[in-house]
Design a protein around this ligand. Sequence first.
Ligand code: URA
Length: 288
Amino acid sequence: MGNSETNEVDVRKLLVQQLESLEQSGLADLPVGTDSPDFQFAHAASEEVRATSPQPATAPPEPAQRPTPAAPSATPDAAATTPQPMRNSGQWGSPLPADDRPAALEVINNLVRNCKLCDELASKRTQTVFGVGNPSAKLVFVGEGPGAEEDRTGEPFVGAAGKLLDKILGACKLDRSQVYILNTVKCRPPMNRNPADREIRNCWNYLEKQLEVIQPQFICCLGSVAAKSMLQTTEPLGRMRGKFFPWKGAQLMVTYHPAYLLRNEGAKRHVWEDMKWLMQEMGVELSK
Ligand code: URA
C-alpha cells in the first residue's frame, strides 16, 4: 500500500472513530461553543443581467469577481458588521474515499437525529432534515432550514421552493443525484420563521462536518441566511452576488433563495445569471 493510500485509510478511520466517539459521548447533548459552532429560465437565458457587486464590507478574503460585474455602488455600507473568526479559513483534511462517504455522512446524520441542542426546534420537529444527494458532489447547495413539507418528509427542498430548485437544476442540466442539498439548520423553525443565530450556531458543527466529508469544489448559498452563516457577515445578499469567496477547499457563491423567487418573479433572471456563471466555472456546457 502506497503512502497516500495509507494516509487515506488512516484519515477515514480517524474520522469515523472521531464521529463515533463523539456520538457515544453524547455530542448531541454537548453545548456548542460560540463559534463551533419555474421558471422562465428559457427566456431569461437570453437576457444579460448585470449584478451590482461592490466589495463586501466584512466578507471573507478576496472574492474572485465575475468577469462582467457592474460598477460598484459608491454608497458605503452603514451596517458594517463586527469582524468575527472566519468559518471559511483553513483547508479540509485529506478527502475520504468516495465509498466511505455515505457511512461517514450517516454517522453525522445519527448525531443530528438525536440532537436536542435547540429546545424549541427539537420538541416541535417531526423529524430532522439532514441532506440529500451525491456524497461526492462537486456542487453543494446550502439552504436555510426545513419548512412544513421538509419536516413531514425528512428531505430538503421538497415544497414549492424545492420544486423551483429542481427547475433551476434542470435548467443547469443537473439533477438531485449529481449535487448535494443541505440546510443551515436541520430542524424546522416553527411558523417558518428564520432560524435564530443561536440555532444556526448549534447546527454549525453538523453542516461543517457534512462539508468536510463531501469536500465539494463549489458551494452555492441559497438566500441570505445560508450566505450570512457560511461567510459570517451581515452584508446584504445583493452585494455578495457575482463573486466567488474562497471557502476552505471550495469556491462559494451566493444567490437568491427559491422561496424569494416565488414572491419576486423579477429576481429569477438574476438567479439564472448567477447559475450560468457557476456552470461556466464548473465546466458545464449549457448551450447544447
Ligand atoms: N427552504 C430551505 O431553505 N430549505 C428547505 O429544505 C426548504 C425550504
